[in-house]
Design a protein around this ligand. Structure first.
Ligand SMILES: Cc1cc2nc3c(=O)[nH]c(=O)nc-3n(C[C@H](O)[C@H](O)[C@H](O)COP(=O)(O)OP(=O)(O)OC[C@H]3O[C@@H](n4cnc5c(N)ncnc54)[C@H](O)[C@@H]3O)c2cc1C
Length: 435
């Protein structure tokens, strides 16, 4: 039986494995195998909510092995560490336990068609101390670590009040004024307010917990329109989030952050949301061509330029976007559309039909500001151009992105049930994780 191996069970890879499993795996037309370095999946755009404590990752994560059982594909745990294009095999690194003992040895896995969807990783741009002291938000474990550090800082500030005029008592710096940095800053302000409501500490949520958002460029949200950027900056200022633009971070230490213009900021927690890069392993895969950013170069069919039996999509691939004379941006909505496309394209390919070209439809961008608001613009469709939206409607549209992902994994009825279940559970759960 033809074997399709998908490496990376993220926003794109897990949707693809589920849909191909339902279609080809169930009918035994092809064997579908999903590989991931983790045993569980959490949709990456939720990570800033996990970091702020407003989302419990255990409530939203999905076990790959269970999903594989329900949707007729196989799951293999392990990180991709090598490729042999002649033998048509990939190598998975050995899997170790938390205490370092080996659970699974290094293994080879044969494929007929290989799909690589291993996403992206944080880019520290070589800034001194950034990797060591700043908190990245690439994985659920990192987001949870960020939340723990936030709670620890609150408790320490509570236990050591210091002089009353030393305000703010906790200083959080977020490096990078893109969507992730903006969303996190609003979410952290929301968390500070909720923690105070529960009386976990007597800190004033607005003044004792300082949040500064640092952006190297002239404005926050540089990838979005100036209108969205201005509206967001105004909302953040209302939330008492300090915005520093045209400030490049030169180095980071455990208690301070130094800018290229000579400023020093005392910080209790630094979160790095300044950019992404392709995982290093991509440039070590048996000569597969990469672009200068390290992403795999693919044709519009999503086949790699080097090998027609190897496809790549999502953040790890550089796919042409001819309408905009650029490449498709690293977004969950792009990974979702490409997974849909590949489900159809790979099914056709098995029947010997030629591959169609992928066409990206930009539906716009939305930035969530926690329960305060959401802003962004919607594109295309009946509206033709771009439509600025804000407030409740924008929040609803933002939340529907995740619901679309859940529907792709479980179907519409289970998604609706899951939505109601989470909504009911909220009435007996604190609004943020308190530990
Ligand atoms: C905090 C945050 C907020 C975001 N918000 C939005 C948003 O609102 N809207 C939007 O469109 N996009 C958003 N994004 C971007 C979006 O998350 C990504 O574009 C999207 O997840 C990319 O999907 P992917 O399938 O390519 O990769 P991912 O979803 O990152 O999945 C990659 C998978 O590969 C696995 N993996 C990695 N390396 C290996 C390896 N060597 N071997 C095996 N498995 C491996 C990982 O464990 C992971 O499961 C956000 C990102 C972040 C961090």
């Amino acid at each position: 039986m033809h074997r399709i191996v998908i490496v990376g069970g993220g926003a794109g890879g897990l949707e693809l494995a589920t849909r191909l499993g339902n279609r080809l795996g169930a009918r035994q037309t092809a064997q579908i195998v999903l590989v991931d370095r983790n045993p569980t999946h959490l949709w990456k755009p939720l990570l800033h909510e996990v970091a702020a404590g407003s989302m419990d990752p255990f409530m939203h994560q999905l076990e790959y092995a269970a999903q594989a059982h329900w949707h007729h594909f196989k799951f293999q745990l392990g990180a991709l560490s090598g490729l042999n294009r002649v033998a048509k095999t990939i190598t998975l690194a050995a899997v170790h336990d938390l205490d370092g003992s080996e659970l699974l040895p290094s293994r080879e896995l044969a494929y007929d068609t290989l799909v690589i969807a291993i996403g992206s990783t944080t880019n520290f741009f070589g800034v001194a101390g950034a990797q060591q002291y700043a908190q990245a938000l690439d994985t659920a474990a990192q987001a949870q670590a960020c939340h723990r550090r936030l709670l620890a800082a609150c408790m320490r500030a509570d236990a050591n009040p210091g002089s009353s005029d030393a305000r703010p008592r906790i200083q959080i710096a977020i490096v990078g004024g893109g969507a992730t940095g903006v969303e996190l800053s609003a979410q952290l302000r929301q968390t500070a307010q909720i923690l105070a409501t529960y009386g976990l500490h007597p800190l004033d949520p607005k003044h004792d917990i300082g949040i500064v958002l640092i952006e190297a460029g002239p404005r926050i949200l540089p990838a979005l329109s100036e209108h969205v950027s201005k509206a967001t900056a105004a909302l953040l200022t209302k939330l008492n989030v300090e915005i520093m633009v045209n400030e490049q971070v030169a180095s980071v230490s455990d208690k301070a952050l130094y800018t290229a213009s000579g400023k020093t900021l005392s910080v209790d927690l630094t979160v790095w949301a300044a950019g992404i890069k392709a995982p290093a392993i991509l440039s070590q895969l048996d000569g597969l061509a990469t672009n200068p950013r390290g992403q795999l170069k693919v044709h519009a069919t999503l086949q790699t330029e080097t090998d027609p039996d190897i496809f790549a999509f999502g953040d790890c691939a550089s796919c042409p976007w001819p309408e905009q004379n650029t490449t498709i941006p690293p977004r969950a909505q792009a990974a979702h559309q490409q997974a849909n496309f590949l489900r159809r394209a790979l099914t056709r390919r098995l029947k010997g039909a030629p591959l169609p070209n992928f066409r990206y439809r930009d539906f716009g961008s939305l930035v969530s500001l926690g329960h305060f608001s959401a802003v962004g613009h919607l594109m295309g469709g009946v509206m033709g151009g771009s439509l600025f939206i804000e407030g409740l409607f924008a929040r609803f549209m933002y939340m529907s992105l995740y619901r679309l992902h859940i529907a792709a994994l479980h179907g519409f009825i289970r998604m609706a049930t899951d939505t109601v279940a989470h909504w009911l559970r909220r009435s007996i759960s604190p609004r943020v994780k308190l530990h």
